[in-house]
Design a protein around this ligand. Structure first.
Ligand code: FES
Length: 165
């Protein structure tokens, strides 16, 4: 267990307790191994990962802030700016594009009224583009929150959006 930062931490005591649970999975001198889980916990609480929060996580794990920042910027699941309540990530990489992702992207943009990187006016949805979501064989593919949806076509996109309302 690490010492909770004393000068007005952004994360709650509960978030640090959750990070401590992750830390128990690793040897005490390997706390940085919990960085992905700790960043996910921080994002869960704040909604996104401001630089000072990334720094707070890094300090708690005893690692340089830049190393935690590199992790946060590498993986598409981390939000480096505020997002809507539901983040929709569509893979537009070649295998998905060849299987209809371009059309799905057009349909999503039209349905939500936003472009990639934008959030709907009501703050409900943020639409983002991903390079690969690891399911190229069942392309096109998108992630909605923590759920994955494959073999997308217009009707399936409509059903997914309808189920979210
Ligand atoms: S290219 Fe789209 S999931 Fe891999």
């Amino acid at each position: 267990m690490s010492a909770v930062p004393s000068d007005s931490p952004r994360l709650s005591a509960e978030a640090f307790r959750r990070i401590d649970r992750e830390l128990r999975k690793y040897p005490p001198d390997q706390k940085q191994s919990a960085v992905m889980a700790a960043l996910a916990i921080a994002q869960d609480e704040i909604g996104w990962l401001p630089k000072d929060v990334i720094g707070e996580v890094a300090a708690y794990l005893g690692m340089p802030a830049i190393a935690a920042y590199e992790v946060a910027t590498f993986y598409a699941m981390y939000n480096l700016q505020p997002v809507g309540r539901t983040k929709i990530t569509l893979c537009t990489n070649l295998p998905c594009a060849l299987s209809g992702a371009t059309h799905a992207a057009e349909h999503l943009r039209k349905r939500l009224g936003v472009d990639f990187g934008e959030t709907t006016a009501d703050g409900r949805f943020t639409l983002v583009e991903a390079e690969c979501l690891g399911s190229c064989g069942t392309a096109p593919m998108m992630q909605v929150g923590n759920e994955y949806y494959e073999n997308l076509d217009e009707a399936r996109v409509d059903k997914i959006l309808a189920d979210l309302k």
